[in-house]
Ligand binder design. Structure first.
Ligand SMILES: [Zn+2]
Length: 348
């Protein structure tokens, strides 16, 4: 508890308004950077010092209760607390005191251990170097993007991912310098990126923007610290044919006027093989056909549906024969198709 100690927030590179999550993240990031096992030579001693400072800052700020006390009293919060406590007990009347006046409740004469046990339920002394515990560092969480096609969403997919993580440079032993010059292998940083390959399974039916957590596949911990987790940010590519809506799939299906009029059996695409679908007699444009269970898997274990939206299309070319047939159709008596429209417009 030296008076010259750096501000804990400064040590973590954070402002006083940082959230508990910010503190956790900053700690993990710096712990990896400073960990003495990742450094050698003159840098090692320097990093050991920084690492101790970092652990001290983290132990205090990671506990919201202790953090409050630190915010109030600064580095001397333990003494301030002890002093408060002693004064209260001394002032509690005959027999309730500590056997000394408050003025003598000095650092040397006071058993902090008892106080901390009663305050914090047997927690270790914050700010101290708590041996192995202080040096076990949890691995950092990693995040990576995964792009999937709709067909991959249908079946689920295995992906081989290459993740890179820093390891000490072997050429310079992590010092960043070689024969007085910056090490060329690591460009003076003291660490190199090591590539790790892992296989991940992405479940079927995953939605665009989903974050899939792969437990324990983040960066490894140090000194029996737990590994971090790997998060996969899923991006589902838009498809030229199939439009997704939740677990349903929509496709525009072109049909000739005579197929719509007379009904037809036509070959239609699905996410797997094409299937034959029945276009009913007298189908209208924008009419929908549904193939039950041919959509994407749902969270509840079922499947969405595949919808075809009929689009009545005209042939690109027009023969003399076509003209005759259309003229024949046009001579048939039938109501004006714009009748309803004209009536509605008049009333509007
Ligand atoms: Zn190097």
């Amino acid at each position: 508890m030296a008076a010259t100690e750096r501000d804990y927030y400064e040590t973590l590179g954070l402002s006083r308004s940082a959230s508990q999550d910010d503190i956790k993240k900053a700690y993990r990031k710096l712990a990896r950077q400073y960990h003495p096992d990742l450094h050698a030579g003159s840098r090692k001693a320097e990093m050991e010092k920084k690492f101790k400072e970092l652990n001290a800052a983290h132990e205090v700020l990671s506990d919201p209760e202790i953090r409050k006390k630190y915010d109030r009293y600064g580095h001397r919060w333990q003494e301030a607390e002890a002093y408060e406590k002693a004064r209260q007990q001394a002032g509690a009347g005959p027999g309730g005191g500590m056997g000394r006046g408050p003025g003598s409740a000095s650092r040397e004469g006071f058993d902090f251990g008892d106080i901390f046990e009663s305050f914090f339920g047997g927690r270790s002394h914050p700010g101290s170097e708590s041996g192995a515990r202080g040096f076990a560092v949890q691995g950092e969480d990693l995040e990576t993007d995964v792009r999937l096609t709709l067909r991959e969403v249908l079946t689920g997919v295995s992906r081989r991912l290459e993740l890179s993580q820093p390891i000490p440079c072997t050429a310079c032993g992590g010092t960043g310098r070689l024969r007085g010059r910056p090490c060329s292998s690591c460009t003076g940083t003291g660490s190199l990126a090591e590539t790790r390959t892992i296989d991940v399974k992405i479940p079927a039916g995953v939605q665009d923007g989903t974050r899939v957590r792969v437990a324990g596949k983040g960066q490894p911990g140090i000194n029996s610290g737990k590994p971090g987790d790997l998060y996969l940010q899923v991006h589902v590519e838009s498809d030229r044919v199939f439009r997704r809506q939740g677990s349903d799939i929509h496709v525009a299906l072109p049909v000739w006027p005579w197929e719509a009029a007379l009904g037809a059996e036509v070959l239609a695409p699905t996410l797997t093989d094409p299937v034959k679908v029945k276009v009913p007699t007298g189908s209208r444009s924008e009419g929908k056909l549904r193939l039950k269970g041919k959509g994407l898997p749902t969270a509840s274990g079922g499947h969405g549906d595949l919808f075809f939206t009929l689009q009545i299309v005209m042939p690109a070319s027009f023969s003399e024969e076509d003209r005759k047939l259309y003229e024949q159709l046009g001579r048939q008596p039938r109501p004006d198709p714009r009748g309803d429209l004209l009536r509605a417009a008049r009333q509007g």
